[in-house]
Ligand binder design. Structure first.
Ligand code: ZN
Length: 256
């Protein structure tokens, strides 16, 4: 029984590699599901509770501007979890594929920065990044780690050392628009691709649900790797319902 299950997964891994290697312009799209095995909770998953139990105004733009100290108190609790999270096999698989020229780039909804940490270069972060803060007055961008250390020492809210402006994490908060440049690049990359690989996204939330429609309209191929079903499964050349890091390990073994 187990043997059969394993063989099925290996078959899927083989089919995945075949589609990837026969493509000319492959692009990858990732959502929260790629990072859950790195220990970063998927806030939308039922039962996690974090998002459900918290006051969402804490991470809304207006809530932040009114009470940046309240946000940083909340962020301090999560920061140790986030900063100890490491890329998993799936992140490393993608950086290896990029260095081998098998994929052109990664479009991600994640703000955890784990694609960069795994060595990927061409990454478009649609929702910005929690690895950095930006000064809302002078625009200075700096790593968040040093800033969170200052918060830990009681400097709350932390202020810009240049101009005393408010420092905001460089990720998109509720009530904020998506940054336009990564989104335009994502559309370009998707439009020029003949293979679109969606990993760890339910593909139900805007703007993630826009990209598969571009793929289908262009008659490009679609691969979906996700534990739960998505509205685009019936249009996909291959659907893989596996834990993502586990599947990536099998793919890497087969690829080497
Ligand atoms: Zn400043």
């Amino acid at each position: 029984m187990l043997y059969n299950v394993m063989n099925k997964i290996k078959e899927k891994a083989g089919a995945f590699l075949n589609l990837l290697k026969s493509s000319k312009n492959a692009v990858v799209f990732t959502g929260a599901g790629i990072s859950t095995e790195s220990g970063i909770p998927d806030y939308r998953s039922p039962g996690i509770g974090l998002w459900e139990n918290m006051d969402q105004t804490v991470v809304s733009l207006n809530g932040f501007l009114d009470h940046p100290d309240r946000y940083y108190n909340f962020a301090l609790k999560l920061h140790s979890v986030r900063s100890s999270a490491k890329p998993n096999y799936a992140h490393f698989m993608l950086s290896q594929f990029e260095s081998e020229g098998l994929i052109n780039g990664i479009i991600t909804q994640n703000v955890d920065g784990l694609h960069y940490e795994a060595g990927s270069v061409n990454v478009y972060e649609l929702h910005g990044s929690l690895r950095q803060v930006i000064c809302l007055d002078c625009g200075l961008v700096q790593p968040i780690n040093g800033v969170m250390e200052r918060v830990g020492r009681g400097e709350n809210p932390p202020l810009c050392e240049n101009c005393n402006g408010v420092l905001k994490p460089n990720a998109v908060f509720f009530g904020e628009n998506l940054p336009s440049i990564p989104w335009e690049k994502a559309l370009q990359l998707t439009n020029s691709s003949d293979l679109f690989i969606s990993i760890g996204s339910s593909l139900r939330v805007s703007p993630a649900n826009t990209l598969p429609n571009v793929v289908i309209r262009n008659k490009a191929r679609l691969i979906i790797i996700n534990l739960m079903n998505t509205p685009y499964d019936s249009k996909a050349s291959l659907v893989i319902r596996q834990k993502i890091a586990e599947f990536a390990k099998i793919v890497l073994d087969l690829h080497s």
